[in-house]
Design a protein around this ligand. Structure first.
Ligand SMILES: [Zn+2]
Length: 124
């Protein structure tokens, strides 16, 4: 069972800064292997099904087989997935919830959904 973790971060706007929190999911070695096998197996089964589709199978079968390998390797390498960040906007002081990429790198530049202030998120 993947477990949710939080990481402290700082939200900056001009010279103002406030504390925020990044939320992420961490995977154990066993969870990464299970996720990788599920991704690989799903696309490999899809490739097996598309063998029976005339003409398109020339493209679909190799694409899905290669896609299965790529997805499996990516999931095996994914130790953590970011979900969101929250805190308060340094300019308007309203609570903000910001979306993060699953493989987010910091610093991240984004905007306050309330006042459109530019925000910079950095890890503490
Ligand atoms: Zn704001």
């Amino acid at each position: 069972m993947p477990h949710a973790v939080t990481q402290p971060l700082t939200i900056l706007h001009d010279s103002l800064s406030v504390a925020g929190m990044a939320h992420l999911t961490e995977f154990t070695q066993r969870e990464r292997v299970v996720r990788a096998l599920k991704g690989w197996l799903g696309l490999t089964l899809a490739a097996a099904v598309t063998v029976f589709v005339p003409i398109l199978h020339f493209v679909l079968v190799p694409s899905l087989v290669i896609g299965g390998i790529v997805v499996g390797v990516q999931r095996m390498r994914t130790t953590r997935m970011y979900t969101r960040a929250d805190g308060t906007c340094p300019r308007c002081q309203k609570a903000v919830e910001l979306s993060l990429d699953t493989a987010q790198r910091f610093p991240k530049w984004t905007y306050c959904p309330h006042c459109r202030a530019s925000l910079k998120l950095i890890m503490r």
